[in-house]
Design a protein around this ligand. Structure first.
Ligand code: PLV
Length: 321
């Protein structure tokens, strides 16, 4: 069902029998992998792009690990404006063609997202384009908050916890704002990252924003070196738990999800799914950090377009050698 609020759809909320069996609680999958651009990003970016066009923008430029770019390209095509997407060399090559198929101009610049972002900011200036940030903007968070409004409309009770992935922290900010909006601010949010793309966890440990020296995880779409200030601020106010899994745990989660739910997602999403598949949920319950019984556990299946069978085979080779 397309949504009057923007370009995103109201995604399915599916009970996972496999995950429920593993955790001993009812697990519900919010299937953001079904969004038209392949991930939740279209919620916030669609909202932001509509606003910038209303204020007279003639074109947009976005730096992305891939999925923010896909959402920007999709929204720009629907709005009839040009889009330049800058991605780093570390993003899988398959996303370049997908971006071009959405009608975007693609530039591959720099090693990681932070380098591509510097180029996008330069292009915004020199080409007179509107800069679309992938995670750090209040309009993005407002758009992402629609996930929680949909949950509120379809759940019989408030969830026991919500699990999501953190890259730059845009999804997290949107979910925290959505929870406040619907009166669910005391619902714990489990924030998942991979080792080597763990800027949020590092900031929490240090008690201040931290810039990682490099992104060494294969979950390239979680690969912002610094989490956005708002997400760090929420770590002090909201009920957030920050946990890190290895790339191998994220990959195993991607594989199990494909087997059990028949949906292929990126490593960035595997990080969140690993909370169930690696046994982390039960561990947190044993440590008293999540309640037992937990009630409804909502997994935000953030999705991602930078994966296909060839990329999955590549990841298996790289991470299991
Ligand atoms: N990906 C951003 C940032 O990359 C991008 O440019 O596409 N799950 C998926 C599939 C994602 O693509 C992303 C972000 C996240 C989770 C994390 O979302 P965030 O950045 O809002 O925390 C460097």
């Amino acid at each position: 069902m397309s949504n009057p609020e923007g370009f995103h759809i109201n995604t399915p909320l599916l009970e996972s029998i496999g995950m429920s069996k593993r955790t001993g609680t009812t697990v519900l999958l919010k299937m953001e992998s079904s969004q038209p651009s392949g991930s939740f990003k279209i919620r916030g970016i669609g909202h932001l792009c509509q606003k910038v066009v209303q204020s007279g923008s003639k074109g947009v430029v976005c730096a992305s690990g891939g999925n923010a770019g896909m959402a920007t390209a999709y929204a720009a095509r629907k709005l009839g404006i040009p889009a330049i997407i800058v991605i780093p060399t570390s993003s899988p090559g398959l996303v370049v063609q997908k971006l071009k198929d959405q009608g975007a101009t693609v530039k591959v610049v720099g090693k990681v997202w932070d380098d591509a972002n510097a180029e996008a900011l330069r292009l915004a200036e020199s080409e007179n384009l509107t800069f679309v940030p992938p995670f750090d903007h209040p309009l993005l968070w407002q758009g992402h908050a629609s996930i929680v409004r949909e949950l509120k409309a379809s759940l019989p009770e408030k969830p026991g916890a919500i699990v999501l992935s953190v890259g730059g922290g845009g999804l997290l900010c949107g979910v925290v704002e959505g929870l406040r909006e619907v009166g669910w601010e005391n619902v714990p949010v489990l924030c998942m990252e991979t080792v080597g793309a763990d800027c949020f966890n590092a900031a929490i440990k240090a008690g201040k924003l931290v810039t990682l020296p490099d992104i060494t995880s294969e979950a390239k779409c979680l690969g912002a070196k610094t989490v956005c200030r708002q997400a760090f601020g929420y770590s002090k106010e909201a009920r957030l738990l920050s946990e890190v899994v290895t790339d191998l745990e994220a990959l195993e989660a991607v594989e199990l999800f494909l087997d059990e739910e028949r949906v292929l997602v990126e490593m960035a999403c595997g990080a969140a799914l690993a909370a169930v598949y690696s046994g982390l949920i039960q561990r947190l319950q044993e440590e008293g950090r999540l309640p037992r019984p937990l009630g409804l556990l909502v997994m935000i299946v953030c999705g991602g377009s930078s994966v296909d069978m060839a990329q999955l085979t590549h990841l298996r080779t790289v991470l299991r050698r």
